[in-house]
Design a protein around this ligand. Structure first.
Ligand SMILES: *Cc1c(COP(=O)(O)O)cnc(C)c1O
Length: 227
């Protein structure tokens, strides 16, 4: 097996095991392969192995890869910080945007979403443990944002996204609780089905708490070389 085939099988095995331990069905957890910094060739290699959903953090880099890989039926997710003046590209090129934390961003994405591609899936990013340096809305804004964003026409508000502090094990359970509490504010509650949480180091804990989408980079592609 190639290195990528091995790492993909290992990550799938970890997800299988975490689902078994949590008493969850395997299909309730999706794997998002986080490909930031890695070249288009590596994405294409994972695609050939059956992995079709990829997450990118940096817009310019992502747009280049999307262009290079346009012949593949990749589902592109933007998981980086969303800047207000960059929303047009996100609305046009991506299937999902995870880092939405303000109403103005969601409104712009809705307005700029081309009609022929269908609604844009978004997750509301919550700063679940109140980190000063982190993006994400604060806890007491969530209900109001769910109510307003879920009424935008070209958006499907799918759920919450968090990046807790590494040692903060309670954060995943807190997010799951919040996810259940705010569902009642959603205009189309049947769309509220996604908890985007868990990365290479903590995917098992996130699945235990109810994650439906783990965002995994290092465990699939290897370490990122920023040089
Ligand atoms: C880079 C990144 C990941 C993947 O992290 P790994 O530790 O490499 O698995 C997941 N989510 C977000 C938001 C990221 O920026």
């Amino acid at each position: 097996m190639s290195d990528f085939a091995t790492s993909l099988a290992q990550v799938q095995g970890q997800i299988d095991q975490a689902c078994q331990q949590a008493g969850r069905v395997r299909q309730s957890v999706n794997l998002l392969a986080v490909s930031k910094i890695h070249p288009a060739e590596s994405i294409a290699a994972f695609y050939q192995l059956g992995q079709h959903a990829f997450g990118e953090n940096y817009l310019q880099e992502a747009l280049e890869k999307i262009e290079q890989l346009q012949d593949l039926a990749i589902e592109w997710h933007f998981i980086g910080h969303v800047q207000r003046n960059k929303t047009k590209h996100l609305a046009e090129k991506f299937a999902w945007v995870h880092g939405v934390d303000r109403l103005i961003i969601a409104e712009r994405l809705s307005n700029q979403r081309p009609e022929h591609v269908g609604p844009l899936n978004i997750c509301l990013q919550v700063n679940i443990d109140g980190q000063e340096s982190k993006d994400g809305c604060v806890l007491n804004e969530v209900a109001d944002l769910v109510e307003k964003i879920s009424r935008l026409p070209n958006i499907h508000l799918r759920g919450l996204m968090v990046i807790p502090k590494p040692e903060h094990v309670q954060a995943f359970a807190m997010t799951k609780q919040l996810f259940d509490q705010v569902k009642q504010y959603h205009a189309q509650p049947e769309l509220w089905d996604t908890l985007s949480m868990g990365m290479s180091a903590d995917m098992a804990e996130a699945i235990e708490a109810g994650s439906t989408m783990v965002r995994v980079g290092t465990a699939l592609f290897g370490a990122r070389d920023y040089s």
